[in-house]
Design a protein around this ligand. Structure first.
Ligand code: FES
Length: 166
């Protein structure tokens, strides 16, 4: 024999619990989409005023939680890069292997404006933050150093266009 009261109760319970589940799912979805918009904003372009940077000066800022360098290269630095003086010392001078460079940076200075280098300041080896070493100094004596970035973690080095040395 069918207990109609029991059946009614079970159907009502199922409807109520199902409605709560749908409401919770919709809330989570809407909330997720909201976060996605926020994430998009955080990952979008940023405006940095580098007008006060003097030739040879480096500014460190951040983008998507990563440190980013903006270097105003000197005329001497640009000349060295444009003439390709260091090509034989670079592992991949034209960035042909697994390049993530935008088309407009596929040149000897790897930038849109020769005087401005913009680079994510994270070592391609294991993610340390390299040091800006434009010159040989008392604390940084590497023979035949042409200027660039040096990673203190395991010794990787990069030229003033961010290309890794052999
Ligand atoms: Fe930079 Fe290893 S993390 S050399």
């Amino acid at each position: 024999m069918i207990d109609k009261d029991k059946r009614k109760f079970l159907i009502s319970s199922t409807v109520v619990i199902g409605s709560i589940g749908i409401a919770a799912g919709t809330y989570s979805l809407v909330r997720y989409m909201g976060l996605s918009e926020k994430a998009k904003t955080l990952g979008g372009p940023v405006n940095i005023d580098y007008s006060k940077l003097k030739p040879g000066e480096l500014l460190t800022t951040s983008w998507r939680g990563m440190p980013v360098w903006i270097l105003r290269r000197t005329a001497e630095m640009i000349k060295k890069l444009e003439q390709g003086e260091l090509k034989s010392r670079l592992r991949d001078p034209a960035s042909l292997v697994e390049s993530q460079q935008p088309k407009y940076t596929q040149n000897n200075v790897r930038s849109l404006k020769p005087e401005i280098l913009v680079a994510v300041a994270v070592c391609t080896h294991l993610g340390c933050i390299p040091k800006f070493r434009p010159l040989i100094s008392e604390s940084f004596k590497v023979s035949d150093w042409p200027g660039g970035f040096y990673c203190p973690c395991h010794g990787s080095s990069f030229d003033l266009a961010g290309r890794v040395f052999k």
